[in-house]
Design a protein around this ligand. Structure first.
Ligand code: COA
Length: 276
């Protein structure tokens, strides 16, 4: 467990939301490998338990607290329990998200609201209720956004609107909570492979190859690519970095984004209808 790591988070507590799968799980494992005790938060207990088991298998420390980040009372209880169990919160990673591809003209008000509730309001609730502990430890907030927070994204108006709000929230908190020693940053991941994205987005080899061709570095990412950046941004090595957004995307955002052109959007839509 300790081999090959710098133990940058020894004695610290990291809370990672959406940690039952994909990127959240990869980040939980990465923080644990660096010595953090990790509070893994998500909706599905069995997925959270799997993440905890993976951490423990490597000799790390983690515990699961189930929560829907849309429920502020439950979020408040989760942050309080993380502090009760470990005495502190040093790092909060707001990774929980919800998304699906749907043309704006077909999206229902409740569909829009569901994603905004998870991504935008959920991020605020977690941040708000972690504040006292973050302040006590001069902690770090890391919000996972997407390049479409600034470019927009055909087929994902709900998520693009919510992520843009999270970007503004991050900058606001960097300016407002800097006085408490709290840092707030974003990572904007490019397209990467995970159970969820492979199931929901990269539905055919054709789409996968096409997306890879939009990445100047020539490949889709892996969750570990993003987790390594999350560690650095949340660590003392980045102690004067706040209000920043780090694109970890093989430079894809310079190339027009994932679905941000009509041909790709139509391809993804076509592969989705073919898969149902
Ligand atoms: N296309 C269009 N509308 C959709 C949709 C889709 N693929 N999926 C959900 N909706 C709409 C529903 O129709 C509903 O609106 P309505 O009441 O007007 O019919 C609304 O969204 C809420 O749907 P519901 O099934 O109650 O979802 P939820 O609120 O429990 O969860 C998500 C919403 C986003 C979490 C859910 O769609 C989901 O599980 N997505 C896949 C997992 C995921 O998003 N992972 C993260 C990837 S970044």
């Amino acid at each position: 467990m300790q081999n090959g790591t710098q133990r940058r988070f020894a004695g610290k507590t990291a809370v990672v939301t959406g940690a039952g799968t994909g990127l959240g799980r990869a980040m939980a494992l990465a923080f644990a490998r660096e010595g953090a005790e990790v509070c893994v938060v998500g909706r599905r207990q069995e997925k959270l338990d799997e993440t905890v088991a993976l951490v423990e298998k490597e000799g790390g420390k983690a515990f699961a607290l189930s929560a829907d980040v849309r429920d502020p009372a439950r979020v408040q209880a989760v942050m309080a329990e993380a502090v009760t169990r470990t005495g502190r919160i040093d790092v909060l990673v707001n990774n929980a998200a919800g998304n699906f591809v749907c043309p704006s003209e077909e999206l229902s008000p409740n569909g829009f609201k569901s994603v905004v509730d998870i991504v935008l309001l959920g991020t605020f609730y977690c941040t708000r209720y972690a504040f006292d502990a973050l302040k006590a430890n001069k902690g770090s907030i890391l919000n996972i956004i997407a390049a479409y927070a600034w470019s927009g994204e055909p087929g994902a108006i709900h998520s693009a609107s919510a992520k843009a709000g999270v970007l503004a929230m991050t900058r606001t908190l960097a300016a407002e909570w800097g006085r408490f020693g709290i840092r707030a940053n974003c990572i904007s991941p490019g397209p990467f492979h995970s159970e969820g994205t492979d199931k929901n987005l990269w539905l055919s080899p054709d789409v996968d190859a096409h997306v890879a061709s939009t990445v100047p570095l020539g490949r889709l990412g892996e969750p570990s690519d993003i987790a390594r950046a999350a560690l650095w941004l949340s660590s003392e090595e980045a102690s004067w970095v706040s209000g920043a957004t780090l694109a970890v995307d093989g430079a894809q955002w310079l190339h027009g984004g994932t679905l941000n052109f009509r041909e790709m959007y139509d391809k993804v839509r076509a592969s989705m209808s073919g898969s149902t």
